[in-house]
Design a protein. Structure first.
Length: 141
């Protein structure tokens, strides 16, 4: 039997996922992190993106997070997300619309605050679209 690590994904709305995994991939601010059982302890911020949970046996679970904190212990991974949803529950049309609105706001920005907000919204929308695209490729492959 393969070694596993327990993962909990929690957002302000509640628990999204709790279970065992052989490997977890998360979008840390310094780059994507691959987490295996007995990983060295680490706490880092998450950027908007996709969390992939390899449960073994060829099954991969996909989740979208808008940011948050990732805590890694040797036998437990905890994701405290600002917003977290199952990737299959993302709405591609609304993500594309949010991306378009953010790009429009960036093109005609008035103040630094509005520009920073538009950049953050654009990053979230692009991350959602990437998660949707990766899930689509996984299903077709």
């Amino acid at each position: 039997m393969a070694m596993t690590i327990h993962i909990d994904i929690v957002s302000a709305e509640g628990a999204i996922h709790s279970g065992l995994a052989e490997m977890v991939y998360a979008p840390a601010v310094m780059g994507e992190v691959g987490i295996a059982p007995r990983h060295t302890p680490l706490v880092t911020r998450l950027k908007p993106g996709e969390i992939r949970v390899d449960t073994g046996g060829g099954e991969m679970l996909h989740f979208y997070v808008s940011g948050g904190i990732l805590e890694i212990q040797p036998h437990v991974v905890t994701v405290l997300a600002d917003t977290a949803v199952r990737a299959r529950d993302l709405d591609e049309a609304s993500a594309a619309e949010a991306k378009r609105r953010a790009e429009d706001a960036l093109a005609g920005h008035q103040a630094d605050f509005e520009y920073a907000k538009a950049q953050a919204e654009l990053a979230e929308a692009v991350a959602q679209l990437r998660a949707i695209e990766r899930l689509r490729k996984t299903k077709s492959g």
